[in-house]
Design a protein around this ligand. Structure first.
Ligand SMILES: Cc1cc2nc3c(=O)[nH]c(=O)nc-3n(C[C@H](O)[C@H](O)[C@H](O)COP(=O)(O)OP(=O)(O)OC[C@H]3O[C@@H](n4cnc5c(N)ncnc54)[C@H](O)[C@@H]3O)c2cc1C
Length: 394
């Protein structure tokens, strides 16, 4: 630690995004401190597959590879998906992506959040350039020309040339920095569970648009599928209250029995859905990344992938500035990061928002148009490749 400035970078929040940034920076020689209120719960192979899973895009798998954590995540438990199929309940037509057609080994990987967090946490603990302050919470921040200081709950202080908030969608740090957000409550909840199906999942991520709802089936390593069923709040409460048999019967019908009958389900959980975009990412010696900067609808499975792209881009910009002997936490450098990531995040968020609105509609003319649009995209190779490339983070 530098006596005058304190640490190079303080990262608040060690979720998947904050932890990935900490490792990227430490591996590049930065002196990093991470503040986190609670360590992630341990992951053990004998435990049931955790209910929270994410579809990692190839760009995220590539980042984890560069951070030397992917081999251990993949060896523990991950499921590659090589196909993706999207269709609409109200209109004919479908869209299908195949990894081979895109020149890719897989379109992505389904992994438990807890496994990723656990693996990243162990890597943080093992890195001598990373100081972990856990359990700890930030109660205030102060800034001067050279550094930002975090005041913790026990009244101790941490100074750093740059503070990065990666403390999730309800980011306290964002509020402390006076950064407003634009919010839209979808009035929906995502009901999640793992289900056993009559037929194998075919290494396919399936997505069906239903009136007012979307339903995704993501393949799991043990042959089951993880479902994300985004429905209006009242409907979510009803689905959660059904007994297992009735839930499986309704789910099978909603999924058009593509994998036959639903034979069993785990317990279910539900998460509220909203769009939340920070109006800006920067304050003096401060920036936001991950869900602290943008919370998006999960229908495209891109939330954490966007956050990991933030982490990768920020690390790149900071390393470049340091190597050029510039103040890496100065406003010109941080603006470069914000310019590169904010527009991509906003564009993606609005695209998912539009898809959600258009596909949630029950209007028949709109449904016919949706069916036609899926078929057209499916037939136009370059457009399809463009969409697949964007989802892959290329
Ligand atoms: C149902 C559902 C399905 C999803 N599926 C996908 C998917 O398939 N693919 C995908 O890419 N994304 C998906 N997402 C989105 C994804 O889960 C999030 O984008 C991702 O978890 C955000 O990671 P993060 O590290 O930015 O924030 P978080 O995961 O929220 O982590 C924030 C961290 O900050 C810590 N923290 C909180 N408050 C403080 C504080 N005051 N001080 C210090 N630390 C603090 C927390 O303990 C935590 O460790 C899904 C989301 C939902 C709801």
């Amino acid at each position: 630690m530098n006596r005058r400035f304190g640490h190079d970078v303080a990262i608040v929040g060690a979720g998947m995004v904050g932890a990935a940034l900490a490792l990227s920076l430490a591996r590049a020689g930065f002196d990093v401190v991470v503040v986190e209120p609670r360590p992630p719960s341990p992951w053990r192979s004998e435990d049931e597959i955790d209910l929270r899973v994410v579809a990692l895009a190839p760009s995220s798998v590539d980042l984890f590879g560069r951070l030397d954590v992917w081999t251990s995540i993949a060896a523990a438990r991950a499921c590659a998906y090589r196909h993706m199929q999207v269709w609409d309940a109200l209109a004919p037509g479908q869209l299908r992506f195949d990894a081979a057609d895109q020149g890719m080994a897989a379109l992505g990987q389904i992994v438990e959040n807890r496994l990723i967090q656990h693996t990243l946490w162990r890597a943080l603990e093992a890195d001598p350039r990373i100081a972990l302050r856990c359990p700890a919470e930030v109660t205030a921040t102060q800034v001067d020309d050279e550094r930002r200081t975090l005041v913790l709950g026990d009244d101790s202080r941490i100074a750093a040339r740059l503070v990065v908030a990666a403390d999730g969608g309800d980011s306290d740090l964002r509020k402390m920095a006076g950064i407003e957000t634009r919010d839209r409550d979808y009035g929906q909840r995502a009901v999640v569970a793992h289900v056993a199906t009559e037929r194998a999942h075919e290494d396919t991520a399936w997505q069906r648009f239903l009136p007012g709802a979307t339903l995704a089936f993501l393949p799991l390593a043990d042959g089951r599928s993880s479902i994300v069923w985004s429905v209006p709040e009242g409907e979510a409460a009803r689905l959660l209250a059904l007994d297992a048999g009735a839930f499986c019967a309704e789910l099978g019908a909603a999924f058009d029995f593509r994998l036959g009958a639903i034979q069993a389900t785990t317990a279910r959980a539900a998460f509220p859905l909203r769009l939340r975009l920070a109006e800006r990412y920067l304050a003096p010696r401060f920036t936001l990344i991950g869900d602290a900067a943008h919370v998006v609808h999960p229908l495209a499975g891109q939330g954490v992938n966007l956050g990991l792209r933030d982490a990768d881009e920020l690390a790149g910009v900071l390393v470049e500035a340091r190597d050029a002997k510039r103040d890496f936490a100065g406003s010109a450098v941080l603006r470069r990061f914000e310019r590169r990531r904010r527009s991509d995040n906003a564009l993606s968020a609005h695209a998912f928002d539009t898809i959600q609105r258009v596909f949630a509609s029950e209007s028949m003319p709109l449904a016919a148009l949706r069916g036609a649009a899926l078929t057209v995209v499916d037939k136009i190779g370059p457009l399809k490749r463009l969409l697949a490339g964007h989802a892959a983070g290329r």
